[in-house]
Design a protein around this ligand. Structure first.
Ligand code: DIR
Ligand code: MN
Ligand code: MN
Ligand code: MN
Length: 312
């Protein structure tokens, strides 16, 4: 029952600056204290830095803003995340924009593959983040992380000689989508990427849809990484985000998702990304994110018995 916190103050993957303050805001909102109150031992590894990293010599793609800086972060996160996972702790990666996941998910996929387990990824996000340098409109790399992780071409030099552990597109579940670019959508259709959009959530409810995700993970004895982009939430409850899209998940839907994921016992690592404290209303979004992480790790109102959340 040990949780490792690792901050990645990175904001060059988005057009709006400020997510580099995310890790500090999540700590200020009491993340470690809350997890300790839920009986976890919490080890905070502090924030990563890329100041000392030497750049690689590959040629940056044409449409990938701040490629060099993201490349540094991806390599450092991938190595450090892997080392931390090896200690047996459950890592929570604190962002930072969503390019963080290119490193964190690569690290976890590598870690579990070595142990003969397949990594599944639940991508809670208003966006699909399935652009490549070919399809992108904005050239912002936080819109490319899911595609990179699924092995799409265009950012192949990002990890240099470090091991790349791609996620099978069949193991990725996008959840909460309501903004997908045209070429991005075409690529996703070609790859048969599973997407739960907001209309499905309205029609069927999050419980049915999340259970379906969990069942798939359990059926193949997999482990689930939850990549939580704060813009998955409706802007009314999460204003502290650079790319808000109306019509997102409510506070209650989000808590129920986290509670169901806790009960499932399949969650092995988490990202919290895109929180922008510069745009937040007195820490409201940071606090909401921390409350949701509480539910993900067993916080509940009554003593209703739930299955253990240990990974077997
Ligand atoms: C848009 C917005 N699809 C892009 N993406 C994200 O820039 O590629 N916004 N991730 O948060
Ligand atoms: Mn995202
Ligand atoms: Mn997003
Ligand atoms: Mn975003």
């Amino acid at each position: 029952r040990r949780i490792a916190l690792l901050g990645a103050p990175i904001d060059m993957g988005a057009s709006q600056r400020g997510t580099l303050m995310g890790p500090a805001a999540l700590r200020t909102a009491g993340l470690a204290t809350l997890l300790e109150s839920l009986d976890f031992e919490v080890v905070d590894y502090g924030d990563l830095s890329v100041a000392e990293v030497r750049d690689l010599a590959d040629t940056p793609p044409e449409k990938a803003n701040h490629y060099r800086e993201i490349q540094r972060w991806t390599r450092v996160l991938s190595r450090r995340g892997y080392e931390i996972a090896q200690t047996g702790a459950l890592p929570i990666f604190l962002g930072g924009d969503h390019t963080l996941s290119m490193g964190s998910v690569n690290a976890m996929a590598r870690h579990w593959r070595q142990r003969g387990r397949e990594l599944f990824v639940l991508w809670l996000d208003a966006h699909a983040d399935y652009n490549t340098p070919e399809t992108t409109i904005t050239a912002n790399m936080h819109g490319m992380s899911a595609a990179f992780l699924c092995g799409e071409p265009g950012l192949d030099g990002l990890l240099g000689d470090d091991p790349r552990a791609s996620v099978n597109p069949d193991k990725l579940d996008l959840f909460g989508a309501r903004s997908i670019d045209k070429l991005e959508k075409e690529l996703m259709r070609a790859r048969r990427i599973r997407v739960v959009d907001m209309r499905q959530i309205d029609e069927f409810g999050v419980a049915v849809l999340i259970r379906r995700v969990v069942e798939r993970v359990k059926a193949s004895n997999g482990v689930l990484h939850v990549s939580f982009d704060v813009d998955f939430l409706d802007p009314c409850v999460a204003p502290g985000v650079g790319t808000t899209v109306p019509g997102g998940a409510t506070y209650r839907e989000a808590h129920l998702i986290m509670e169901l994921l806790h009960d499932s016992g399949v969650v092995g690592s988490v990202d919290i990304v895109e929180l922008n404290p510069f745009l937040d209303e007195r820490g409201r979004t940071a606090r909401t994110a921390v409350e949701l992480i509480g539910s993900l790790f067993g916080q509940q109102v009554t003593d209703r018995p739930t299955p253990s959340n240990a990974i077997a």
